[in-house]
Ligand binder design. Structure first.
Ligand SMILES: *[C@@H]1O[C@H](CO)[C@@H](O)[C@H](O)[C@H]1NC(C)=O
Ligand SMILES: *[C@@H]1O[C@H](CO)[C@@H](O)[C@H](O)[C@H]1NC(C)=O
Ligand SMILES: *[C@@H]1O[C@H](CO)[C@@H](O)[C@H](O)[C@H]1NC(C)=O
Ligand SMILES: *[C@@H]1O[C@H](CO)[C@@H](O)[C@H](O)[C@H]1NC(C)=O
Ligand SMILES: *[C@@H]1O[C@H](CO)[C@@H](O)[C@H](O)[C@H]1NC(C)=O
Ligand SMILES: *[C@@H]1O[C@H](CO)[C@@H](O)[C@H](O)[C@H]1NC(C)=O
Length: 454
């Protein structure tokens, strides 16, 4: 009984924080789900960047370890039980032999003369038949030791569980088990399908560093594996050519361990993006997009974005030649800009990263000069209504349905002048350059997932 309640507790504990409606950020729980929905729909809110947060959380890891231990102990006890039963049978069967030996020995000691060579041989034979009992008894001894160990382990676990239980209060285990199993199923289906969703919130900002000029741009790769931690910084918005590459975010914070790339052509604006090891940026005084490969330190490609405005003709509200904004999300590489035929309204083009060809274009109808900044998440363009204090995420354009809606998602514009705002799908974080400060925001994505059975 002890073991089973232990298992339930562990299951519950490994899930409750994920289920909590108000996960505390200190705990690092990033994914939570609710089983409220009666229609078999699993509601799942993701606080990015959290896809594996539940797995990575040390508490969860510890619990999984404990759970495995309980399972191992249960298994060992079953094995032990089986073996003990089998051995008992054997001992039972040899009991009659024992009795024979015993009576012969008694007879021999009562009357030593009856112990002739024949009867001595008989006695020896009977004892020989008993020899297999020795390893069985040896096994018993080993099993007894193991039982002692298991007992100690269970006692240790019970202490841990007791502490956990005290922390959590008493529960009805049957009901709990039911809830846990239900939740586990749903959570699994949620975790598997997590990925894209609709932006519902932006966290408080974290200032990573305060360095460089008022306007600029900084980023990590939006697509390479997470082992690539390099950070790139591009100070200023006009005619710059110097890109600093830091080994890690920590180095970037301290301003150490960087190499410099001198671009063969200067940039305009702050709408650069690093995608799959290459920097994509807008060439100064042109609507040309350049693909610069960091490792080979060479320009792989340049291509003009057809009829895109440039040279501060159609910038975001803050100016700065921010005519052409390149970005990447879960779906790939994008250019956000406008043209004269589009009357200055924001246009989104999906680009082929190898050729920079335009694959498809959407006209959002939102005037670019009225936009503070724009970023793309899961194929949806989010536009802020200002670069100044009080800015909010005001407009969303869904490329999947070619439709838009007005939104009202506030965010804290701490330093009151945002000159760059981009989403990194790998980290699920917003990167901003705010008045000489390099700032990050987490995002909350919301998605409705159909249940595991589908
Ligand atoms: C459980 O047993 C497996 C197989 O014997 C072993 O690899 C694993 O380390 C054990 N886990 C724990 C937590 O003791
Ligand atoms: C039980 O806990 C004690 C004290 O922490 C430790 O020394 C002992 O090795 C543990 N026993 C087992 C079987 O894990
Ligand atoms: C389009 O994408 C948004 C955001 O990811 C999502 O909420 C919506 O359901 C999608 N619409 C269609 C028609 O797929
Ligand atoms: C990323 O770059 C590598 C070579 O550097 C290339 O083989 C691969 O196709 C690229 N992936 C994408 C999605 O562009
Ligand atoms: C870009 O704008 C500057 C200043 O407004 C102007 O002097 C220059 O001729 C323009 N260049 C092009 C290529 O449009
Ligand atoms: C985002 O959330 C993670 C996990 O809670 C946290 O470690 C990180 O500091 C947060 N980043 C920001 C910018 O809030």
């Amino acid at each position: 009984m002890h073991l089973f309640s232990a298992i339930f507790l562990l299951l519950m504990l490994s899930l409750v924080p994920c289920e909590a409606l108000y996960p505390s950020p200190e705990e690092g729980w990033q994914i939570y789900s609710s089983s409220q929905d009666v229609e078999g729909k699993c509601l799942c809110t993701v606080v990015a960047p959290a896809q594996n947060m539940c797995n990575r959380d040390p508490r969860s890891k510890q619990l999984r370890h404990l759970m495995e231990k309980v399972q191992n102990i249960t298994q060992s006890m079953e094995v032990l039980d089986l073996r003990t039963y089998r051995d008992l049978q054997y001992v039972h069967n040899t009991a009659s032999l024992m009795k024979t030996v015993d009576s012969r020995l008694k007879m021999a000691s009562d009357n030593p003369r009856t112990l002739n060579p024949k009867s001595f041989q008989e006695l020896k034979d009977t004892v020989t038949q008993l020899l297999p009992l020795l390893p069985v008894l040896e096994q018993y001894k080993a099993d007894a030791r193991m039982l002692g160990q298991l007992k100690e382990e269970v006692q240790n676990l019970s202490l841990v569980l007791l502490a956990i239980q005290e922390e959590m209060g008493a529960y009805d285990y049957e009901e709990l088990r039911h809830r846990v199993l239900l939740l586990e199923t749903r959570l699994h289906s949620c975790m598997q399908k997590l990925g894209c969703g609709k932006l519902t919130g932006v966290s408080n900002p974290i200032t990573i560093r305060a360095s460089g000029s008022r306007f600029g741009s900084w980023m990590t790769d939006t697509m390479t594996p997470s082992s690539d931690n390099r950070v790139w910084s591009m100070d200023g918005y006009l005619k710059g050519r110097r890109v600093l590459e830091y080994r890690t975010l920590g180095d970037f914070m301290k301003g150490q361990n960087f190499v410099q790339h001198l671009l063969p052509h200067p940039w305009a604006g702050t709408g650069h993006v690093v995608y799959n090891g290459s920097l994509y940026y807008n060439k100064y005084q042109s609507n040309i997009v350049i693909k610069y490969h960091f490792r080979s330190r060479s320009v792989l490609l340049q291509r003009s974005l057809p009829s895109a405005g440039y040279n501060n003709t159609f910038p975001y509200s803050w100016g700065g030649s921010s005519d052409i904004d390149l970005m990447a999300d879960e779906n790939g590489l994008w250019a956000v800009y406008t043209t004269i035929p589009n009357a200055g309204n924001i246009v989104i083009s999906r680009l082929e990263p190898q050729s920079l060809e335009v694959l498809q274009t959407w006209d959002t109808g939102f005037p670019k000069r009225s936009a503070g900044e724009a970023f793309m998440i899961c194929g949806t363009l989010y536009v802020t209504n200002s670069h100044l204090a009080g800015a909010k995420i005001y407009f969303a354009y869904y490329t999947n349905s070619s439709s838009y809606e007005y939104t009202d998602i506030p965010f804290h514009n701490q330093y009151s002048h945002i000159s760059m705002l981009d989403y990194n799908p790998r980290e699920r974080v917003l990167y901003t350059w705010n008045n000489g400060h390099q700032v990050l925001y987490n995002v909350t994505l919301f998605q409705v997932i159909t249940n595991a059975e589908d």
